[in-house]
Ligand binder design. Structure first.
Ligand code: PLP
Length: 465
């Protein structure tokens, strides 16, 4: 929607009206000239220059406002320019901007304590990293040190980050061009009732058969060689796959039976996305290690980490932990983390996520699924949902193929264009449209965004066989 009265703040602090075509051209020129972008063919992309953000909305230099239904990369849990987080960074910068990790620091310690208080009871130490990928790298290294084993099992249809070991753990096409990397990873199939690899007809069967498959992989790979099993508590970019009842408990039991460390990757689902501090709390399971990033401070400064169980932490009581990072627990990143806890508690963020998920999103998406033939399934929890699109509802043929790009992805591009025309910035991955707005989104904004998605899906319906 055009908002000609909109303004933005320039780098020198002055306020300027939007649209600002001159600034748009300047930002584009610097970006195209000199910024090398993630995951992209550099000559084929045209990144949109963003002038400002507030709450659940951001604006380009043309003055167009977009409701951020992707929370950037599903990290902007408290929305753009949250005053408490901004103030926490400003205050911290004014008193101690940086301190190296082997010295103790008040905000780092307070954030670690607050994380330990909301993690399952046995997990009470935190190692801080710069983001999610290195959190997973460090979790794997801890598991290898403690078990003296090397191999790691991870799921197909998973994403664990873009660094060397993290990309080799990843079970989606982003791994392929990066192989071979870490040679000691084996993949297994996780539960996905809508497209069951196990020919299961009920969620109970899916759980039972997926666990039997995992145990078979453990046996065939050699239990005595396996240091860790890593899995996203709810698979994120690969489809918001909520595990069927009993699955995570089963993983816990297998890990115990074979002396394997269970690592829960909660980089995307931690810190309120599904209405709990950690998604494992929803399922009542206790992993040995939990990795986090993104929502810990809504991405206001790079921060991730590993929450460590007593058993694993105590291994390093007298044996030195062989790892570290210059910016581990950086005060400018931890300060908005502490503020995040204060905002969550004061504003009842977890309760509002559960309420909006159950009362607004679930019924509205069910309605959308009902009247759009292109919608194969909707699934999710809290403010974390996927709409899976199909070309044929009977055969469940996906609207675009797995790993679609270029012309193959065109049908999804049509849906995305319709969302953007309606003022919604969607998160799309292959044949899925995800609904993951900031946790502070107002009910009115949420309903408005879902209405836009509803209309945008007409373009997918037109392609149904
Ligand atoms: N793990 C999961 C589940 C993620 O979704 C992501 C990022 O999207 C990562 C790890 C990697 O985090 P980062 O990009 O901060 O390295």
């Amino acid at each position: 929607a055009d908002a000609p009265e909109a303004t933005y703040t320039r780098r020198d602090g002055s306020t300027h009206a939007l649209p600002d075509r001159e600034a748009d051209a300047r930002v584009r020129a610097d970006d195209r000239g000199h910024v090398f972008h993630s995951w992209s063919a550099q000559a084929l992309i045209d990144p949109l220059p963003i002038a400002s953000g507030e709450g659940s909305t951001f604006r380009d230099y043309a003055g167009n406002a977009y409701l951020d239904f992707s929370s950037q990369l599903v990290n902007l849990n408290l929305g753009h320019q949250h005053p408490d987080l901004v103030e926490a960074i400003q205050r911290q910068a004014g008193r101690l901007a940086t301190i190296q990790p082997s010295m103790a620091n008040d905000v780092r310690g307070e954030l670690a304590r607050r994380i330990a208080e909301v993690a399952p009871s046995d997990l009470d130490k935190v190692f801080f990293t710069n983001g999610g990928a290195d959190a997973n790298e460090y979790a794997v290294r801890m598991a290898r040190q403690v078990t003296g084993r090397r191999k790691v099992l991870s799921m197909y249809r998973s994403y664990h980050g873009g660094t060397s070991t993290a990309i080799s753990l990843t079970g989606d096409p982003r791994r392929w061009p990066n192989e071979p990397s870490d040679g000691s990873v084996a993949h297994f199939l996780g539960p996905y009732p809508y497209r069951s690899s196990f020919h299961a007809e009920t969620p109970e069967q899916e759980t039972e058969r997926a666990l039997a498959h995992l145990e078979q992989v453990i046996t065939l790979e050699g239990p005595q060689t396996i240091a860790a099993i890593i899995l996203e508590t709810i698979v994120g970019t690969n489809g918001v796959l909520v595990p069927p009842p009993g699955y995570l408990q089963g993983v816990r039991e297998l890990a115990d039976r074979y002396g394997i460390v269970y690592i829960a990757d909660e980089v995307m689902v931690g810190f309120g996305r599904v209405g709990e501090w950690f998604a494992v709390n929803h399922f009542g399971v206790t992993p040995d290690l939990i990795t986090f990033a993104k929502g810990v401070n809504s991405g206001y400064a790079p921060l991730g980490g590993v929450v460590i169980s007593q058993r694993i932490a105590s291994h390093f009581d007298t044996v030195p932990f062989p790892g570290g990072l210059t910016y581990s627990g950086h005060p400018l990143a931890c300060a908005p983390g502490v503020a995040t806890f204060e905002v969550f508690e004061r504003d009842g963020i977890l309760e509002r996520v559960r309420d909006l998920g159950e009362r607004v999103v679930a019924p509205r998406l069910a309605e959308i699924a009902e009247h759009h033939p292109s919608v194969g399934e909707v699934r999710g929890l809290g403010l974390f949902w996927a709409i899976e699109l199909v070309r044929d509802p009977a055969t469940r043929e996906p609207l675009v193929p797995f790993n679609a790009s270029g012309a193959d992805a065109a049908p999804m591009a049509k849906v995305v264009a319709a969302c953007k025309e309606g003022g919604v910035w969607p998160f799309v991955h292959f044949n899925r449209l995800h609904v993951a707005p900031p946790l502070v989104i107002t009910e009115d904004e949420l309903r408005r965004g879902l209405d836009v998605i509803d209309r945008a899906l007409d373009r997918a319906d037109a392609l149904v066989a």
